[in-house]
Design a protein around this ligand. Structure first.
Ligand code: GLA
Length: 414
């Protein structure tokens, strides 16, 4: 089954659920999908204006939506057994008890602040992004932005590419202010701007993207979920951002470089010498060397050198674990066992917080079965629970799904 067919089947199921929960209506239901993302490399440098290398996954957030019969917005997700309602009011507030619905609420609040005229809406969401670290929140935010624009006719820019960049910035802003996670723009931009079969070499200052075909024919990009939960809000993420800001200030004062992650490689030693504090020096080393790894990874892929690509991934993990100190025992274990497995060319954590969540590994296709068995058994023996393995496909960026009547939705229980 093609990815698009799968998306349609999922949305058809959601449409049924929408009708079951909210009742029958004359209003037409529209379908939406926004993917999760995997960051191949370029970690913790988006908020320093660096170059990153993410790609959009085949899993994501699905939604069925229609004009509502009551005022305001009513949202429901397959994971939570109740409807959350909120008014179409720019002054919406974060409410602990609204849980996941604070993500869509933040996006609604921001569009309303910008003057979008949004009709009453009923929305049913479903997400199939595993674990943490694959941008499930950005995926839900961008999915919500698509719905708002589709039903209000509001657009953030005339040019479609510019409109998507603005959508990324708006949803990032919503997460920063409404949900109080000081994330960079990479996740929302990846979800809004992804392309099937391609990685994105993304400049996080301008959001200019070079789409790079991913030549993984002989190998599989494996996502491994440690099944250890964590949230960015309670992690060291905001602390690292504060350290990075301090580093950027000092490097900027010394070199007059506005963007930390664009400091030329030959100035690395002089920049590191600015830091007598061992911790800040380690953090700076990660921030200043990660951009070089992004370039090296893209170069290796362009010449079909998967082994070289894998070595860069391994070096990236070391830097995150030792210098930036954002990994944890479960992810380190998975990464080390993956790197030691013959048939795996490279592995690293992905996302902002390796104290749980997911990692990625590039594994020879023929060895995938053995890889899952070996790494899975070792992990289960060490931690007492098993990891989950997901062979990744690189799917499209966020989109409204055209309805196709040739697809027969599978009814639940059928
Ligand atoms: C999280 C944030 C991103 C980025 C990554 C680390 O995913 O949302 O903005 O900073 O961590 O690269």
């Amino acid at each position: 089954m093609s990815l698009m067919q799968g998306y349609r089947e999922m949305c058809a199921l959601l449409e049924d659920k929408l009708e079951a929960w909210f009742g029958e209506s004359e209003e037409g239901v529209r379908w939406f999908f926004a993917p999760g993302r995997v960051n191949l490399i370029g970690e913790h440098i988006d908020y320093c204006g660096g170059l990153v290398f993410p790609a959009t996954l085949h899993v994501g957030t699905y939604a069925a939506a229609r004009i509502g019969r009551e005022e305001g917005v009513a949202v429901r997700s397959t994971r939570f057994d109740r409807i959350v309602r909120f008014p179409l009011d720019a002054a919406l507030a974060y409410r602990e008890e609204d849980d996941w619905a604070n993500y869509p609420k933040g996006v609604f609040s921001e569009y309303l602040t910008r003057g979008a005229k949004i009709p009453p809406l009923e929305i049913f969401y479903h997400g199939d992004i595993p674990g943490g670290g694959l941008s499930s929140s950005a995926s839900m935010e961008v999915c919500t932005a698509l719905i708002i624009e589709a039903f209000s006719g509001y657009s953030l820019a005339e040019d479609p590419m510019e409109a998507r960049k603005e959508m990324a910035r708006l949803t990032q802003y919503a997460e920063n202010t409404f949900n109080r996670v000081n994330c960079g723009v990479m996740d929302q931009a990846s979800v809004a701007l992804g392309r099937a079969g391609h990685g994105m070499l993304m400049d996080c200052e301008t959001l200019d993207i070079r789409y790079v075909p991913l030549p993984f024919e002989t190998h599989t990009l494996m996502i491994v979920d440690s099944r250890k939960s964590r949230t960015l809000a309670s992690s060291v993420y905001n602390e690292r951002r504060a350290e990075a800001d301090a580093i950027a200030k000092r490097v900027g004062a010394a070199f007059g470089e506005a963007v930390l992650c664009k400091l030329p490689a030959e100035k690395l030693d002089a920049a590191l010498a600015l830091f007598s504090e061992p911790i800040l020096q380690k953090r700076a080393r990660h921030l200043l060397t990660e951009p070089q790894r992004v370039e090296a990874a893209a170069k290796a892929l362009a010449s079909g050198d998967l082994v070289g690509f894998g070595q860069v991934l391994n070096a990236g993990h070391r830097s995150l674990a030792e210098d930036y100190e954002v990994s944890g025992p479960q992810i380190d274990f998975l990464v080390q066992h993956s790197q030691a497995f013959s048939g795996c060319v490279g592995a690293r954590m992905t996302g902002g917080d390796g104290s749980g969540g997911c990692m990625l590994a590039v594994v020879e296709q023929e060895r995938v079965g053995a890889y899952c068995a070996e790494v899975g058994e070792a992990y289960t023996a060490a931690f007492g629970w098993s990891p989950a393995f997901l062979p990744a496909q690189i799917g499209p960026g966020a989109l409204e799904i055209e309805k196709n009547h040739s697809v027969m939705p599978q009814k639940e229980g059928a």
